[in-house]
Design a protein around this ligand. Structure first.
Ligand code: SIN
Length: 511
């Protein structure tokens, strides 16, 4: 029998940087953080190598950072929310440092910043070269463990959202140790991450299957731009799943992309490999498809300093028998980040009362069609904090009965494997109508055997939106529509709140 529990506070689902930032800032309101695995596991934030993008140096500023963000975003970056984010750069880095995140410093004690692709200034605050994500998240985990207002369940999986008959979100159905629990709370914050795990080739934890996005969609929340998936050009291609990352900062330090013969993939100019991430990913993908191969050559630019400056990448290479001081690193493009997601404002408010969304599962408008490197950790912490404070103000409206699903459908491993292969083959770096239609057919086949499985819903939304977008923009490239339309438009998917979870097809694409 499904148990019902009432939590009089904020329910945060997800334990990455966004979720934990929200949990900390919701104090003194009580917070329950539910994650599918122990904190620091199964979240992308802990794997981030780059750092936190913020205007920290003289000569840089929030306006310039916002301009770079917009330039990378293919015409779909929302200016106001982006300004709000970039203005929070220094404050956010200082907050994280205050919690104990050991950012790299200059001799003068300032934050040391690195250059990443498409930033016009060095502005990525790093930790230990390439260890930013784990170090920052570790500091937050210590703070969370010491915070009296926070309780964690580190073995709970989101299965559905619970609503009242007016559509207000009243809690979530959580699976814990094989048992379903209806957990009622005045505010639910989704911080469930992206959906890189829907792809066979990904740099994210494979367990990230877009389940939060699907649950929000079924509840009637607006979803925006799910077709915009960012592919990272330098996933280390050594047959591992997920694929270890070779951070973009390596190219910021002068490492070059070459083919098997040593010819430059993007040209000999010093900044050729620092174009926006979508352009680089397409070049790497094309080199792989043509059989030329793709490699990141750090021998000259980084050489013997590799172990000290990029210890995580160095360790990943050495485990695979590749010494990056002596040989180029084999790379391929892999699904890395979802730009779209659940429509949310900077305080995480979605289109459903009682529901907040933060971090990668949210679409706040700052990433457009192509996220600027290292803006995601900034967004996760800065907007996560705002969402925590906003959610803390939510009051329970218990005058209507909470309704919603009491069962959940899992996607068996074999079906997930088929889906992942399909997504990487047909919904990858280069797409076309034939491949996208084939992917939809495959999803329909899987839906017949496992109707209502959350990963299939997110996959369908992504593929249908990619098929409907008959242009190329940012991370979405269609070989049959290789140019951008003159006017950029968002995809907004809206589902009537009828509480019937069977209908997961996008109904509306609005300009
Ligand atoms: C990287 O370090 O290359 C990844 C950073 C990011 O995805 O923002």
């Amino acid at each position: 029998m499904t148990q019902t529990l009432v939590h009089d506070g904020v329910l945060v689902i997800g334990g990455g940087l966004a979720g934990l930032s929200a949990a900390l800032e919701a104090a003194p309101r009580k917070v329950l953080v539910v994650t599918p695995a122990p904190l620091l596991e199964a979240c992308s934030s802990a794997w981030a190598q780059g750092g936190v993008a913020a205007a920290l140096q003289p000569g840089d500023g929030a306006d310039l950072h916002a301009r770079d963000t917009a330039a990378a975003g293919g015409g779909l970056v929302e200016p106001e929310v982006t300004q709000a984010l970039t203005r929070k750069g220094r404050e956010t880095v200082e907050w994280l440092a205050g919690l104990g995140a050991p950012f790299d410093r200059t001799e003068q004690g300032e934050f040391a910043v690195g250059l990443e692709a498409a930033h016009s200034r060095p502005r990525v605050a790093r930790v230990g070269g390439d260890g930013a994500g784990r170090a920052i998240l570790s500091a937050l985990v210590v703070a969370v463990r010491g915070a009296g207002h926070i309780t964690t369940w580190e073995d709970g999986r989101l299965r559905a959202l619970i609503q009242d008959d007016a559509g207000r979100v009243r809690g979530a159905l959580i699976e814990r140790q094989g048992r379903l629990i209806r957990l009622l709370a005045p505010a639910v914050v989704l911080a469930t991450g992206g959906y890189g795990g829907l792809f066979a080739h990904t740099t994210t934890p494979a367990s990230l299957l877009g389940e939060g996005l699907a649950a929000a969609w079924l509840a009637g929340a607006d979803i925006r731009d799910p077709e915009f998936v960012q592919f990272h050009p330098t996933a280390i291609n050594i047959g591992l799943d997920p694929m270890p990352l070779a951070t973009e900062a390596l190219r910021g330090e002068g490492a070059r992309l070459v083919d098997a013969e040593g010819a430059f993939l993007l040209g000999p100019e010093a900044d050729a490999d620092l174009k926006s991430r979508d352009q680089i990913a397409r070049a790497v993908h094309a080199a792989m498809e043509s059989g030329r191969g793709a490699f990141l050559d750090a021998r000259r630019a980084i050489g013997t300093t590799f172990p000290a400056h990029f210890p995580a990448v160095f360790a990943a290479c050495m485990r695979a028998g590749i010494d990056p001081r002596l040989q180029p690193i084999p790379v391929a493009a892999a699904a890395h980040y979802a730009m779209g997601g659940i429509v949310a404002d900077e305080e995480g408010r979605t289109t459903l009362e009682g529901l907040f969304a933060v971090g990668e599962c949210a679409s706040t408008g700052v990433h457009g069609a192509n996220r600027l490197a290292s803006n995601s950790l900034l967004e996760a912490a800065a907007f996560g904090r705002l969402a925590g404070r906003a959610a803390a103000g939510a009051v329970d409206i218990a005058d209507r009965p909470a309704v919603g699903p009491t069962t959940a459908q899992d996607l068996p491993a074999e079906a997930l494997g088929t889906l992942r292969q399909t997504m990487s083959r047909d919904v990858g770096v280069t797409r076309d109508g034939v491949g996208l239609s084939r992917a939809l057919d495959q999803i329909s086949v899987l839906e017949r055997t496992v109707p209502g499985a959350l990963p299939l819903i997110t996959a369908r939304l992504t593929v249908q939106a990619a098929l409907d977008r008959r242009e190329s923009r940012g991370g979405h490239f269609r070989s049959d529509y290789p140019h951008a339309l003159p006017v950029a438009h968002h995809t907004v998917l809206r589902r009537a709140i009828d509480h019937e979870p069977s209908s997961a097809k996008p109904r509306e694409t609005t300009p």
